[in-house]
Write a protein that binds this ligand. Sequence first.
Ligand SMILES: Nc1nc2c(ncn2[C@@H]2O[C@H](COP(=O)(O)OP(=O)(O)O)[C@@H](O)[C@H]2O)c(=O)[nH]1
Ligand SMILES: [Mg+2]
Length: 610
Amino acid sequence: MTNYIIGTCGHIDHGKTALITALNGYEGDSTNEEKQRGITIDLSFSNMSRDDKNVAFIDVPGHEKLVKNMIAGAFSFDVIMIVVSAKEKIMPQTVEHLEILNLLGIKKAIVVITKKDLVTNEELKINTQEILNFIENYDFEIVSHHCVSIFDEYSIRELKDKLFNLQADNKIEENFFRYYVDRVFSTKGNGTVVTGTVLGKPINIKEKLFICDIKKEIKLKNIQVHGSDIDDASISNRTALNIQSIDAKTIKRGFIISKKGFLRGFNQIDISFKNLKDKKLLHNTNYSIYLGSKRIEAKVLLFDIENKSNEGFATIKANEDIFSIYNEKIIIRQGNDTIAGARVLNPIIDPMKKSQKRKLLEALYDENIIKAYQVLLEAHKKGLGLISSAQRFALSHTKALDFAKNLKDTFIDEKALIIYPIETKELIKSNILNIYTKNKYALLSTASIALRLTWASENFITLVLDELVNENILIKDGNLYKNANIKEDLKDMLEDIILNRLEKESYAPTAPYNIYDELDIDRKLGDDILKALTKKKLIIRIQHNLFVHATNLSSLITKMKEIIKNDGFIEVKNFKEKLPMSRKYLISYLDYLDNIQGIEKRENKRYLIS
Ligand SMILES: Nc1nc2c(ncn2[C@@H]2O[C@H](COP(=O)(O)OP(=O)(O)O)[C@@H](O)[C@H]2O)c(=O)[nH]1
Ligand SMILES: [Mg+2]
């Protein structure tokens, strides 16, 4: 099925809405206010199909005060119908719409000169030429132009044929599903429905989605495209999503729906901007930022405050999170004035020096991804996740990996999808050496080092450990690494060390993981040692992380029984008075007592069975 979205644009009363009605019978201005005033106030959505082709229309308001609603639809157009009255010709909102569409980067345009019945043939010819000449000032690809009247069926049919035969796959297929909500309503019986245009990858009815703005995972009840229930919606589909168990009031136009884990929100993003003719974006000034169907009030900070040219870099600083992706288009307005167009360069803000940031923005501006990676790596000594490439560079993981492989002086962990500058190896090395220098009996595995250096991927750690083995600093024993100059069998030594320690710590022994960390030994190894000692009945496991030396335990049990003999029972209170220790131990031992013959528990007290 071919899918594309055709949007209208043009001055108020030039016949946009009437044209759509003539094309597909859809009565656009449907709300009471729209009917009374005879103008389009908000976006209206309709479609027409023929054979396997489906054309969606988004009709926009032409009034200058309603440009904000126009933008909320315009970002998703594949083709524009530039609607101009043959009589009135180009008017202010024709110009403003053209400027905005130009800034949004929408290229394909069909010029429709309407109301030809109101002018003579001679006028029509002259005015058409004048209109086309004007539109040529903009960066559009004019597919065709048509002179029509809603009263001339033939002219409408001809236009309709053209609209069904467009090559209009305009959108770049991003690496994940994105969807800006443009309408929300609740239906009787079915609950909340949102509408919007699918950007990026398709979705299936069974998939869980995520509303980024309110951080909420959602399930779908139903997906509709132009009134038909479907299982999958794909790019440029005008799609209604019926969402399970969510109140319509919690969702607003401009919310972005995606899949969990793809989009991170930041209250700042970096952009490149270009001022409109005779307009100037000012430093440290508030503007309305239009991103998809979302409008955000935010501050713009110019990267170069003394910017004399009509373009540059800037940071948008908002009081809310912005979920944007690389190269996404932005319109910047102030009140009813369109000031500039912009492109998202850096949707993920990392702390970096201004000089680094400039290099990054320049690389992103030029779409030089390799360069951008290099700059980012300088700021990410502890690794740069490739997962974020989908948002950062609008790249798939595979493509991101291909780019990464072309980078010099890096270590790529393809499994963890992280890249590191190669000098990070020295950082990992010095961390490891530090452990083995402080404690020459350290006995660690890759996994146990990864627990300490949480930012370092296991593959990178293994690489470093193996280098240390080659340099004869460490010896590898199974999956464990020990100091090369230690000749003793550490494992035997450790059994003694741990047993002695547990004996010394009496009734309040340290938890196993803390012992392992203090001894710098691998957790799995430590667990094996405790298991072996338990098997030999030298220590007893009281609770999952409480191992007590056997001798200590029997003396403790004797003491507990004495308490019962004296007091008639034992409970936390009298136990603690006799043997002060933390409650966690007291309770564990009281519970343990229940396993011993001759003791019974009533409520929280233990008695000797008489
Ligand atoms: N004579 C004539 N009137 C038209 C034509 N197309 C639209 N109109 C009228 O122009 C007015 C404005 O049309 P509308 O579609 O609401 O304009 P919009 O603001 O651009 O959506 C309405 O009264 C229409 O009936 C046309 O081809 N010929
Ligand atoms: Mg209208």
